[in-house]
Design a binder for this molecule. Structure first.
Ligand code: ATP
Length: 615
């Protein structure tokens, strides 16, 4: 809670604390209890408030390794950091993301303040845990396990008095602290909304953990105020076999439980009943008789739910497409309606998953779930049980009640099998049987269950070559490749300048930030081996460097983009010619090494051979 006290009064309290121990009344009314507790902890540890904190920043190499280890946290926080970042730019603040120890992973925001903050080491690679850096919003929020603002002289160390910081710990669905989010600015400026913004952002991030961890399972969303269902302020509970297995803080609070309830309490001990799983809000009562509203929604559908943000989030938009691809997707929608499987082919980052989601969104199955399975990302040993489900006790470690499996979760909607070329041969036969018979038999010999889903597959590989090489079943290939949508690499698309402009406007809310013409032309001319994914990442980085009303110049581009020879593409070039041209360039860049060039392009070696040498 914000203590509305003058900086001078805090300094007086500070003086008394550090000279005479805990202040007597009325001084202790000037500093909140959590701050006093923190000062006491730091003093007990022997930290000297008048000295400079001991800092041991990580090397760039160590920081990169840590940042990679926290890739998931950073990814899940990205939309909120971007959203707060726009705010931070205007109010002269920085947004800070730390790991669970308080180590700064990212710090983004106003360049002027960032430079000043860096003087007190508020920058990536530095630990802001309380026991090393004294009382501060990140460290103290992590120790206290709740959001906290620390203003000016409330910081333990004198040099930190220039800061005003608001932070909240980020908890995963099991109550484990995984990091902290912080908004820091100059102490002289009133940041009274900062803590509220940070709390809301963290609530959003914590929701995203559920969407990702429990895709395909039933999640109970509840609130005492019906209007708050579907917002970041709703409570979330996840039950398995009627037992509570995951939750957020609001959800636990609404049913009068705490984290110790996970794995212990049954649904019936927390609520008078569970609502019907029809996606509608139902009235029910908590164990203490309090009135609540709750609804179940199936996991995969939730992955698409856009929870209202404290400030308007960007609209979820479909892929940017050329005319030919737009038509191809429109045809794919008709295929889905006719129960014909669709195969999407394209290099990495060309938007295969985005395109599959678009097909789902435009199809008559839009109300049904969209279940995405990356066959390359699930360990081979797990794919079978993940996809087909299992019966009670089917194997050691199987859950007691068995599992429905993702094929059944996709019932009524669209099943998206990404990287289908990586599916093990044994499972290809099982999948083929499901597609032929339209029923799934769970592992462990359960009764086959009818399923109704539309199938969209994607691959960056040449499936025909895999068939020739014997690693992909020919009959499955014929089954799934009736209709193929080819997504071209970015370098082969027309009007790349327009694409760069459109993507920039999508990714950057602040209209005052623009790209200079020369910079845009460079970006349009670059080859983008990582396609849209890489372009989007570069644009985000440029946006982080951009200043209002100062168009981003070519000089700010990463050196490899500036140094790359421009793609010279005649306006009338065909897609085929462009593809061959891109292949030639890749081969040149790899000194004629076909395997290396094929890897770089994300295609099969034999395809590269065929297209270049037998065209
Ligand atoms: N046509 C597009 N328009 C706008 N954004 C796009 C487009 N295609 C891809 N993106 C963005 O690029 C990123 C990668 O997209 P996506 O995951 O759909 O690619 P993919 O082809 O499935 O990649 P991979 O093969 O590596 O799984 C996402 O952030 C997506 O929003």
């Amino acid at each position: 809670m914000r203590y509305e006290v003058s900086p001078r009064a805090v300094l007086a309290a500070r003086k008394q604390f550090f000279q005479h121990g805990r202040p007597e009344r009325p001084l202790n009314a000037l500093v909140s209890e959590p701050i006093l507790r923190s000062w006491q902890r730091c003093a007990d540890q022997g930290l000297d408030s008048a000295a400079l904190p001991r800092l041991e920043p990580l090397t760039a190499h160590e920081l990169r390794a840590i940042a990679e280890r926290h890739e998931r946290l950073r990814r899940l926080c990205r939309p909120e950091i971007e959203s707060l970042y726009a705010d931070a730019m205007q109010t002269g603040c920085v947004v800070v993301l730390t790991d669970a120890e308080g180590l700064i992973l990212d710090a983004l925001g106003n360049a002027d303040f960032a430079a000043r903050a860096a003087q007190v080491a508020l920058r990536p690679g530095v630990l802001w845990g309380e026991s090393s850096t004294g009382t501060n919003a990140v460290g103290t929020a992590l120790v206290e396990g709740r959001p906290i603002a620390v203003h000016g002289g409330e910081h333990y160390y004198d040099p930190h008095g220039i800061l005003s910081c608001s932070a909240a710990p980020i908890l995963d669905p099991y109550g484990q602290t995984v990091g902290a989010l912080d908004l820091s600015g100059p102490a002289a400026v009133d940041h009274r909304h900062a803590l509220g913004l940070v709390r809301m952002a963290v609530a959003q991030i914590e929701h995203r953990f559920f969407d990702e961890d429990f895709a395909g399972r039933r999640i109970l969303r509840l609130q005492s105020d019906r209007a708050l269902l579907g917002t970041a302020r709703e409570g979330v509970l996840v039950f398995e076999d009627d037992r509570l297995v995951a939750a957020n803080r609001t959800g636990l609070g609404l049913v009068g439980a705490d984290w110790s309830a996970l794995g212990e309490r049954q649904a019936g001990e927390l609520l008078d009943h569970l609502p019907r799983p029809d996606g509608e809000a139902h009235a029910l009562r908590g164990a203490d008789g309090s009135a609540l509203y709750a609804r179940f929604d199936a996991g995969p559908a939730i992955r698409q739910t856009v929870v209202p943000a404290p400030r308007p989030l960007r609209r979820v938009e479909g892929p940017l497409l050329g005319a030919a691809e737009r038509e191809a997707l429109a045809r794919a929608v008709r295929m889905v309606a006719a129960d014909v499987p669709v195969l999407i082919r394209g290099e990495t980052g060309t938007g295969k998953e985005l395109a599959a989601r678009e097909v789902h969104r435009l199809s008559a199955r839009a109300e049904g779930p969209f279940v995405a399975v990356n066959c390359a990302a699930i360990p081979e040993t797990l794919i079978e049980s993940e996809l087909f489900g299992y019966e009670e006790g089917a194997f050691t470690g199987a859950r007691r009640s068995g599992r429905r499996g993702l094929l059944r979760e996709a019932d009524g909607g669209v099943l998206f099998l990404d990287e289908i070329g990586d599916m093990p041969l044994s499972l290809q036969s099982r999948l083929l049987r499901v597609l032929q018979e339209r029923e799934v038999a769970p592992l462990g010999g359960g009764k086959p269950v009818k399923v109704d889903f539309a199938l969209v597959c994607a691959t960056h590989r040449d499936l025909r070559a895999l068939v020739e090489a014997g690693s992909f079943r020919q009959d499955l290939y014929f089954r799934i490749a009736h209709y193929t949508v080819e997504l071209p690499p970015l370098r082969a698309m027309e009007d790349r300048g327009g694409i760069v402009r459109a993507l920039w406007r999508r990714l950057v809310d602040d209209e005052r930030l623009t790209l200079a013409e020369g910079c845009e032309a460079r970006l349009a001319a670059y080859g983008w081996p990582g396609n849209f994914r890489q372009l989007a990442g570069t644009l985000r980085a440029l946006a982080a460097l951009a200043e209002p009303f100062l168009p981003v110049e070519e000089a700010m581009l990463p050196p490899d983009i500036v140094a790359a020879p421009a793609l010279s593409v005649p306006a009338e070039a065909t897609l085929d010619a462009l593809t061959v041209e891109a292949m030639r360039r890749a081969l040149d860049a790899c000194g004629g090494n076909v395997s290396q060039a094929a890897r770089k392009l994300g295609i099969n070696r034999s395809t590269l051979y065929r297209r270049l040498f037998h065209a």
